[in-house]
Design a protein around this ligand. Structure first.
Ligand code: UGA
Ligand code: MN
Length: 250
């Protein structure tokens, strides 16, 4: 099964470091389609070069500047990725490939997190909407769902602000079957990130758009006990001697 990995990315000192690391991971995984969306008004040659140099076989290089509310980082880029993915799959002329794409899974991978290649096999198990633990996330060593061993259903969540979020799931902690994005006849009915979501509610509001109750979300990662993705914040020193433009492929 195909995994469509949608990644927003923005210009900063650690951008190449983070993209190299993510590209190295994705390069080890078969049937990954990487949709990289720059937070930028134009396509940057550097990112294009990095993508070409990466081991990732299937990718799309997109760009979309953040307009208006910038607080919801990456939201407009992910939405652009969804819209383009929808178009790309619908316009695929190779019928066998289109059929295969139509059974894929969509995953939103921030460019700075760390991913075990095992995560992608886990993502491939998603039938409709799946969730799994995320390490070092929102003040928790592990953010995860709690599964009732009797029913095998998710009954609760250990997560930041779990009481005030309908779906207390991090961006890195869920995957959705691509049909949710393809089947609606009207593009307005496609689940999208709401750029006016309240702070901290971006994922919860988005997941709400699938119309699937919490108990029907598939707990993956050995019933939400195995961590295969971690939040990372790449630390940088305070560089005073270099301006950004002096840096060439660092
Ligand atoms: C957390 C969540 O894990 C994100 O998925 C969520 O988008 C974010 O909070 C938020 O809603 O603010 P966090 O580590 O705090 O992530 O944020 P970043 O890693 O800085 O940004 C998340 C993604 O958005 C990254 O892929 C980053 O490259 C991208 N981004 C960030 C942009 O495209 N533009 C920006 O101006 C900043
Ligand atoms: Mn991050």
């Amino acid at each position: 099964r195909w995994v469509f990995v949608i990644t927003p990315t923005h210009r900063r000192f650690t951008q190449r470091l983070d993209l190299v690391r993510l590209g190295n991971t994705l390069g080890h995984v078969d049937n990954v389609y990487w949709v990289l969306v720059e937070d930028s008004a134009r396509r940057s040659h550097k990112v294009d070069r990095w993508l070409n140099a990466s081991m990732v076989q299937h990718w799309a290089h997109l760009w979309r500047p953040t307009r208006g509310r910038w607080q919801v980082r990456g939201a407009q880029q992910r939405n652009h990725g969804i819209a383009q993915l929808r178009q790309m799959i619908n316009e695929e002329t190779d019928q066998a490939l289109r059929k295969a794409y139509q059974d894929g899974v969509v995953y939103f991978a921030d460019d700075d997190n760390a991913y075990d290649v095992a995560l992608f096999d886990q993502i491939r198990q998603v039938r409709s909407l799946g969730a799994w633990p995320v390490g070092l996330c929102g003040g928790h060593f592990v953010q995860r769902c709690i599964v009732d061993p009797g029913t095998g259903k998710i009954v609760d969540y250990i997560a930041w602000n779990a009481r005030n979020r309908k779906f207390p799931i991090d961006m890195a902690g869920f995957g959705a079957h691509v049909r949710h994005f393809l089947s609606p006849d009207s593009p307005e009915d496609v689940p999208m990130f709401n750029v006016s979501s309240m702070s901290g509610q971006l994922e919860s509001d988005f997941i709400d758009g699938f119309g699937i109750p919490l108990a029907e979300i598939e707990p993956l990662g050995d019933n939400c006990t195995k961590v295969n993705v971690w939040h990372v914040r790449t630390a940088v020193e305070n560089f005073t001697r270099y301006s950004f433009d002096e840096l060439f492929d660092v």
